[in-house]
Ligand binder design. Structure first.
Ligand code: SDX
Length: 378
């Protein structure tokens, strides 16, 4: 058997065959099951996009209604999980809280019937339904408040913002948030999706699969970048300071958060849509200092790094939208996770259909036939 050449980060190595989504990094194209992300963002909604990703086709009216009904019914979390969350430290990061509580779901629904379509659907519904409730619950509980129970009369996105902010969101905010979820739902074999697939390939339960993916998404080079972008914009502080700041950071060989991508060598199509959403929100309220800094920074980075294919990615403008929707910056990555559960579940289901456990090889660079040295002789 010939061993493929080692490629750091598995760059350009096909780890799977998949029909879920497609990215063209040169053209800046993203498609979910062949449908362009721009069309889904303007015409669809998150739960419909999640159904499309997971079951491969746009749902008929009755299928979508049944899916939405089942998700409304399963939004609540067990009081034992809430009691567990009460013990989490106030200073804990919400992604650690989410990874812990997602894994805890497996304690209650551990039956592994991976060959049973009904079990698959139940797991899909429970995870899509309960992850937002757990994210919102930790935000309140870390301050010593009781979590807000889900409201069955509100749609998926409106209910999340209601549980998070303790008041019903205005329809535009709920609609914009729903578009953000659709944009973040899926993106081929990114690091957290790959984690989900590797974990799924051992035939463990779907809750462990999602907990594994949440842990991977948390890193600042991946889903954690959106929170870092806001911190960076605040550190820059003014439009005048953008270029000196950028110069200094590049001098120190530090990466600019929200820029660059393993696949996109042009501006991320999702960043374009998120920038428009940010503009919409800020036009309403007379502009925003951090948005102006962001636009200036994007221009400056393009001048400096554009020739190397380094442009704004999905994480660059998302945080500005979330801030405006009243979402604290340390909840930006959990919001990314709420959306990406759809993609992780789609790949989990696709992996099970053609499963073979992931077990790559390595290029050994160590030594051989080394003698053991007793501790007194070292
Ligand atoms: C997401 O994979 C996905 O699809 C992910 C995602 C999804 O939807 O799942 O799109 C979501 O994770 C978006 C990315 C969010 N991360 C960031 O914004 C963090 C900043 N970006 C970089 O860390 C980086 O661009 C990555 C991690 C996104 C991509 O890394 P690669 O492909 O491994 O590229 P690299 O780190 O090897 O960089 C290649 C060169 C390097 O220069 P040299 O060492 O060769 O001189 O480009 C430089 C890098 O220093 N570079 C940057 C840069 N990104 C790459 N330099 C400055 N700022 C940056 N942001």
């Amino acid at each position: 058997m010939t061993v493929c050449e080692y490629k750091p980060g598995l760059e350009n190595i096909a780890a799977a065959q998949s029909s879920i989504s497609h990215v063209d990094g040169k053209q800046g194209i993203l498609e979910y099951r062949g449908i362009g992300i721009e069309e889904l963002a303007s015409k669809s909604n998150f739960l419909e996009a999640a159904y499309l990703l997971i079951w491969g086709e746009l749902p008929r009216q009755e299928e979508l209604e049944a899916f939405e009904h089942d998700i409304r019914f399963h939004r609540r979390i067990k009081y034992r999980i809430r009691d567990m969350m009460k013990c989490f430290p106030e200073t804990g990061h919400p992604m650690d809280a989410l990874q812990t509580s997602a894994a805890a779901l497996g304690l209650f629904y551990s039956r592994r019937a991976l060959d049973n379509p009904q079990y698959i659907r139940e797991a899909v519904v429970r995870l899509l339904a309960k992850i937002p409730t757990m994210v919102a619950a930790f935000k309140l509980m870390r301050k010593g408040h009781d979590p807000i129970q889900p409201r069955d009369d509100l749609g998926y996105s409106a209910n999340f913002l209601y549980m998070l902010n303790e008041r019903e969101p205005d329809p535009l905010a709920a609609q914009i948030f729903d578009v953000c979820l659709t944009l973040h739902a899926e993106h081929t074999i990114n690091a957290s999706t790959f984690s989900a697939m590797v974990t799924a390939s051992t035939l463990t339960d779907p809750y462990a699969v999602i907990a594994s993916a949440v842990g991977t998404l948390a890193g600042p080079l991946h889903g954690g970048a959106n929170e870092e972008v806001i911190a960076m914009l605040k550190e820059i502080g003014s439009v005048e300071n953008v270029r000196p700041y950028l110069e200094d950071r590049l001098q120190r060989k530090e990466k600019i958060m929200g820029f660059g991508h393993r696949v996109y060598k042009v501006k991320d199509p999702r960043a374009k849509i998120l920038q428009n959403l940010a503009e919409q929100l800020f036009e309403q309220s007379g502009g925003n200092k951090y948005y102006e800094i962001a636009v200036e920074l994007e221009q400056a980075v393009e001048e400096k790094l554009g020739h190397r294919g380094i442009y704004a990615n999905v994480d660059f403008y998302s945080g500005l939208v979330y801030l405006k929707l009243g979402i604290p910056s340390d909840l930006f990555t959990p919001v990314f996770a709420i959306a990406r559960v759809a993609g992780w579940l789609a790949h989990w289901k696709e992996q099970l259909a053609v499963n073979r456990i992931f077990r790559p090889t390595q290029e050994y660079t160590g030594t051989h036939n080394v003698s053991y040295i007793p501790i007194e002789e070292r």
